[in-house]
Design a protein around this ligand. Structure first.
Ligand code: ANZ
Ligand code: ZN
Length: 887
């Protein structure tokens, strides 16, 4: 039974419940394979079940929901799944804090958040819901890991890792911010432990080149990925170690050559020293007999953090007693150890050219090393190497046979020369490193490996999968993983030799689960395979929506996984996500008080009153309760730490989901930041009330059948009526483009709001007593409901039925544009006399040539120029001009 609708009371709560119940009972969003329709896979990045939704989630999911509903109206077979990125640190730390097992805690969060998503009316196919902590999900990840292991794409190695002493875990480089753990803020230490790696570097070239096929990705994201992969073409050069003065021990311990990687082979003659990383074997050997070197290396090891950090360090180094021989001049060059050389890039050693590399210049200036200029600028540039390095390309000088060549030529020629001498070759380097997937945390997918004393690492046999993570555990406050001490989990037998052995107790990086969930959503219940043919029907994702914070890692790993799946014959496309939209942040004003120690306490905007001057400008802010002053701290991303978040739930309760959805889509284009404004929310709510009232008033209380707009004769409409029709149909056209190509939903909403204004301009009863005005208004209202349906699906569902329709708006196609109604009904003509413009004339489009001639000749200015001349000829270019030839 439907509610009785009062134009004066927009009862969003009943309306929304009613629509949601309808969708649920009728399985409106269950996606099934249909090869007769074009498929459309719309996906938003799934959330961590961290407790409750925040505004960032609501924005993300509203955007993708609007796109999904819009595509459905275009006639596509739409799938929009949702699930939970349920493993990982946030859930685990919260579980420690609240003294509940991560499993239970996660499941209850899922339940709560799922309910929130439902009240927002998102068109998800809940039958496809997947939580990554479900063994039915991670079983296939374990299975795939073993497949990759068998293919040689996985290896174990001892690796130095960033160790977070508070979270007790290994951090990826990008989880280290200014030398501290991204979550804990603790100073990160270095440790070396055995870990599993995925050979993403085998795919570096393809991950780079196929970025070019992603035409509907933001350029910014592609650039970030390119830089992260960091392909660099250059030359590898072998410098032989000068053995003339080496002791027997040094001779024994040192390698014969020191290899460097350079992108500037043209500067080879300018190399005045070589520099190696603190972890380089030559450095290590030198430290054995020299305390200063040893001390320097130790400071490097504790200081070492992310690459970007190293770039900012003050350049420091120590000289070793060793020399290397320049491959072309035979000159001995001193070998230094320098803090800016990375062991993990190239060969961990560089040839230093202080005249042409700023870093080398600073280092050489500091330690009194010679600076030798070998590149002279082209005409349009200057160089003064006494004040800074000249780093551009130019022409070679002081370079023997290569003098006069351009940098570009010399790079090739010098590399060829080295190659012919057998001491160098062309080389491609990538910044991208293999992906270390081992985590020493509990709440993750167990790595399906067994360590046997005899056989080494042995994969768990397929028939024993999944290796189930015990959920019945004692969580200790120290944060260590409970399964590490749990014999019932770790003790097992070797699948190969049968002897007792231990399981791997590390778990996967949670980026593993999020790398293939989009594929599993296509066949979430498949029991016999990781993915099946349905995955190929739905994939690739047509529209992916998520935060820019995932621009690099998540998107790179998912692209990598997709290629791995492809090369295992599991999917048949090359890329997982065709079009990408990165939504902007949700931001809001911050307020704080500062104590004498400079510690800031932040107050929620809801606790603050703003004082304003007579012009309405904010002068200051006080706490509402105590009237104590607070500092206005500026607009920042909504966050717990700044206490400037708005709880979506309280807004939904107060205004309804449609208001929240409308405000979010209206306040700014999706890729830009959205500044929170209570006034904006109220404005959105008022608009919906107005839509409600306008629609219901038009019905006059007793609509049973939908009015039929085709009952009016579009040719005999008056100007006012034609105007509204024109507005209706140009709006339909514009909104489609805004939703689809431009993805500027805010302008789509603005256009629809204008249309509602125009509806209100036209009286419902026309003077002649005919029903035409009502019919035209009806057509406009119907269009508004259809156009806004993706954004405010509840109110449009309800009002659509109120208009007398028997089928739900959710099954309606996008409205058709009446092109004839779009065109202006009058036209402007230019009137010429003997080819000169003398007047303009506005007439109805259907006016015939004879009438136009008559009207033109009556124009005063035309009469002036035709005067007593006789009209020889009149040329009419329809819709454009009329030329009167008079003599
Ligand atoms: C000599 C030289 C002369 C260089 C010059 C630059 C300018 P990309 O483009 O990032 O690949 N390099 C090589 N290995 C390094 C390492 N492990 N740690 C730190 N720096 C390293 O940069 C390549 C350049 O970075 C190389 O070219 C090398 O310095 C340095 F006028 O060699 B060049
Ligand atoms: Zn064994």
């Amino acid at each position: 039974m439907q509610q009785t609708l009062d134009p004066k009371k927009y009862s969003y709560d009943i309306t929304e419940k009613e629509a949601q119940t309808y969708w649920e009972n009728n399985h409106c969003f269950s996606a099934t394979l249909d090869t007769n329709k074009e498929k459309y896979y719309c996906l938003a990045m799934f959330p961590y079940p961290s407790g409750k939704l925040h505004m960032g989630h609501v924005r993300n999911y509203t955007i993708s929901d609007v796109i999904a509903r819009f595509q459905r109206m275009l006639g596509k077979n739409v799938i929009q799944p949702m699930g939970w990125d349920a493993f990982g640190l946030p859930a685990e730390n919260a579980a420690i804090k609240n003294q509940v097992a991560p499993h239970n805690w996660t499941l209850s969060n899922i339940e709560y958040m799922k309910n929130q998503l439902k009240t927002l009316g998102f068109a998800y196919d809940w039958e496809r819901e997947v939580a990554t902590c479900d063994p039915n999900y991670y079983k296939w990840e374990q299975w795939f890991f073993i497949k990759l292991y068998e293919k040689g794409l996985i290896y174990k190695k001892n690796a130095e890792v960033n160790w977070d002493p508070i979270d007790q875990t290994v951090l990826a480089n990008e989880q280290v911010i200014d030398g501290r753990g991204w979550r804990s803020g603790a100073l990160v230490e270095k440790r070396s432990i055995p870990q599993w790696f995925l050979k993403i570097t085998d795919y570096a070239e393809e991950l780079l080149t196929s970025l070019d096929t992603l035409e509907e990705w933001p350029e910014q994201v592609k650039t970030m990925q390119k830089n992260w992969i960091g392909k660099s073409i250059g030359t590898q050069i072998d410098f032989s170690i000068d053995q003339s003065n080496l002791s027997a021990a040094d001779f024994e311990a040192l390698p014969a050559t020191l290899t460097v990687f350079t992108t500037r082979a043209d500067t080879l003659y300018g190399a005045t020293y070589l520099a190696v990383a603190a972890q380089h074997p030559i450095a290590r050997h030198a430290s054995e007999t020299d305390e200063d070197i040893k001390a320097f290396i130790e400071t490097c090891n504790t200081l070492k953090t992310a690459e970007s950090e190293i770039a900012k360090l003050e350049k420091k180094g120590v000289k070793t007693p060793f020399f290397a021989i320049h491959p072309l001049t035979g000159e001995p060059l001193p070998i230094w150890i320098a803090n800016f050389v990375l062991m993990s890039y190239g060969s961990g050693a560089v040839m230093s050219v202080p005249a042409h590399d700023q870093r080398d210049w600073e280092f050489a200036s500091k330690y009194g090393i010679p600076i030798k200029e070998v590149i002279t600028p082209n005409e349009d540039e200057n160089s003064d190497i006494t004040s800074a390095a000249f780093t551009s390309m130019g022409r070679l000088i002081n370079s023997d046979a290569f003098n006069g060549q351009s940098s570009e030529e010399a790079k090739i020629n010098i590399t060829e020369k080295l190659e012919s001498l057998g001491v160098g070759k062309k080389e491609v380097n990538f910044r991208l490193r293999d992906w270390g997937v081992s985590r020493q945390r509990y709440w993750g997918t167990p790595i399906p490996m067994i360590n046997c004393n005899q056989c080494g690492s042995v994969p768990v046999p397929e028939s024993d999968l999944p290796v189930v993570l015990p959920t019945d555990i004692q969580y200790t406050a120290d944060g260590g993983s409970p399964i590490k001490k749990m014999d019932s989990f770790s003790k097992t037998n070797c699948p190969k030799c049968g002897e007792s052995a231990v399981r791997e107790t590390d778990t996967f990086d949670t980026f593993m689960e999020s790398s293939w969930y989009y594929a599993r959503f296509c066949c979430p219940k498949e029991a016999d395979a990781m993915v099946n043919s349905e995955t190929n029907y739905w994939c690739p994702v047509d529209q992916y929506v998520g935060g820019i914070e995932h621009a690099i890692l998540h998107l790179l790993y998912a692209r990598f996984f997709h290629k791995l799946l492809r090369d295992s014959g599991l999917v048949n496309s090359d890329e997982p996500f065709k079009r990408l939209l990165c939504q902007g942040m949700v931001i809001a004003e911050t307020y704080f008080q500062e104590d004498s120690q400079g510690k800031k306490t932040y107050f929620s905007p809801s606790e603050v009153t703003l004082n304003k001057d007579s012009k309405g400008r904010v002068t200051d802010a006080v706490l509402t309760e105590t009237q104590e002053p607070v500092t206005i701290g500026g607009i920042e991303k909504m966050s717990k730490s700044k206490n400037n978040g708005t709880d979506p739930q309280s807004l939904i309760d107060q205004f309804g989901a449609d208001t929240v959805r409308l405000f979010i889509m209206f306040a700014s284009p999706p890729d830009q930041s959205l500044e929170w404004s209570d006034a904006g929310v109220e404005g959105a709510h008022r608009f919906l009330k107005r839509l409600w009232r306008t629609t219901l008033e038009l019905l006059d209380g007793h609509q049973t059948e939908p009015l039929n707009p085709s009952q009016f004769d579009s040719a005999s409409l008056n100007e006012q009526q034609k105007n509204l029709r024109r507005k209706t149909h140009t709006t339909i056209k514009k909104v489609r483009d805004d939703y689809g190509r431009r993805q500027t939903f805010n302008t789509a909403i603005a256009a629809t709001m204008e249309l509602l204004n125009e509806i209100q301009q036209l009286p419902t009863l026309d003077s002649s007593g005919s029903n035409t005005n009502r019919l035209i208004k009806f057509e406009a209202i119907e269009s508004i409901l259809l156009l806004l349906n993706p954004i405010v699906p509840h109110i449009s569902h309800c009002l659509w039925f109120a208009l007398g329709h028997k089928t739900p708006i959710i099954d309606e196609p996008w409205p058709k544009v009446d092109e004839a109604a779009c065109t202006l009904s009058s036209m402007k003509l230019v009137i010429q006399v003997n080819g000169k413009v003398r007047a303009q004339l506005e007439v109805d489009k259907n006016t015939d040539k004879g009438t136009i001639e008559g009207l033109a000749l009556q124009q005063e200015n035309i009469r002036k120029f035709t005067g007593d001349k006789s009209i020889k000829k009149i040329i009419y270019v329809p819709g454009k001009l009329l030329n009167i030839v008079a003599k």
